[in-house]
Design a binder for this molecule. Structure first.
Ligand code: OGA
Ligand code: NI
Length: 363
């Protein structure tokens, strides 16, 4: 069947109706990637840029030991990594390894449970923006040009914590504890990033860069034809800051000087990256960098992405613009101001496919 002779919308709806996502397809024994997931030349995936073979990168993504005791050294390393790479890994972060491991295990257990009538997955299956706890196969299934080989459990933990009863049984306590620990790490990182910009440590927290906290608990099932699909399409993150935990499978890549560079799994480390809104308010002092996740056929991959951003609250009047202290006659603003809620709405209206949202605000 050619790509044009099938009813794409009907197939997307049929997948949705299973309440079991890509995991359900794989559990049912698919041996071919269905057309809705197939990447093609019209899309930006996956062959457009070459991938640097692991071990041959010009330089590796920086790893920063937050617990090394050299505060000025840590601030300088964070400044350089956020400006040049937009991505770094952190160790010595204070989050206990057991909390990281039990969170990953709980997420895996949720995704590996069966879907269908009466299940937790069926109860939670939704893409409704207002819902704080939901499960779905691709938040942008009906907007994006290519469906991703991935399912996601979505938890909005702040500004208003969800009703504990809404969380799946297997995840409840574990993910509340995980979110609490990562929130503390997020505050530490926002302080370091404030200092790295030459501002007082509380600056980014004072302007509520951590107001909303969302956990995306991703599951990437093994893919029978990994070259024909993509785990997560290339994109940049929309919020201020992302703290990502990935398991040992690998597949995350970032775009650096037109080449895809692997983010090698580092046991015990978190990956930290700058989002679009932090690039905007830092007036390009920090960079929000495109990244993607390849599909793999070896084993399922689990990751937990923690976003600090602003909640899509239609009544919010908070405005973000390049921080005044960073501007001068020689450093003019590169972006116009935006209502926090408008930026996020704009970001979601596009769906994942390249870094497109921020250019809308460029002066
Ligand atoms: C994301 C993301 C990467 C991963 O959720 O925005 O880029 O490894 N996730 O799952
Ligand atoms: Ni991302």
């Amino acid at each position: 069947m050619s790509a044009t002779s099938y009813d794409r919308a009907a197939e997307l709806r049929a997948l949705d109706a299973t309440y079991a996502g890509v995991r359900g397809l794989v559990a049912s024994g698919v041996t071919h990637v269905p057309l809705i997931f197939r990447v093609s030349d019209q899309h930006s995936e996956p062959q457009q840029h070459t991938t640097v073979p692991a071990g041959q990168e010009l330089a590796a993504i920086p790893i920063i030991d937050l617990g090394c005791g050299d505060h000025a050294g840590v601030v300088a390393a964070v400044r350089q990594a956020a400006a040049e790479w937009g991505f770094f890994q952190v160790t010595g972060h204070g989050v206990p390894e057991t909390v990281m491991a039990t969170a990953t295990d709980a997420v895996r257990a949720f995704h590996e449970a069966d879907g269908g009538e009466g299940s937790d997955k069926a109860r939670l299956y939704s893409r409704e923006p207002a819902r704080a706890v939901k499960y779905h196969c691709n938040f942008d299934l009906y907007q994006s040009p290519v469906a991703n080989w991935r399912d996601t459990l979505y938890l909005r933990m702040a500004p208003t914590p969800p009703d504990a009863d809404d969380l799946p049984d297997s995840c409840r306590n574990v993910l509340f504890e995980y979110a609490h620990q990562v929130k503390n790490l997020g505050n530490t990182l926002l302080e370091l990033l404030s200092e790295a910009l030459g501002l007082k440590p509380s600056h980014l927290e004072d302007i509520e860069c951590n107001q909303a906290q969302v956990l995306l608990c991703h599951y990437y099932p093994p893919c029978p034809q990994p070259k024909l699909a993509i785990g997560t399409s290339r994109h940049s993150d929309g919020g201020f800051l992302t703290i990502l935990l990935q398991d040992e499978i690998g597949g995350l890549q970032i775009l650096k000087e037109e080449q895809w560079v692997e983010v090698t799994p580092t046991p015990g480390a978190f990956i930290v990256n700058i989002g679009d809104l932090l690039q905007l308010i830092s007036n390009d002092g920090f960079r929000s960098v495109e990244h993607r996740v390849l599909a793999k056929n070896v084993a399922p991959r689990v990751s937990i992405a923690n976003f600090f951003g602003t909640h899509i609250d239609p009544t919010s009047t908070r405005i973000y613009c390049p921080i005044k202290e960073l501007l001068s006659d020689k450093k003019l603003p590169l972006y116009r101001e935006t209502l926090a809620s408008d930026y996020i709405k704009h970001y979601y209206s596009i769906g994942l496919d390249a870094k497109t949202a921020i250019s809308h605000y460029q002066l």
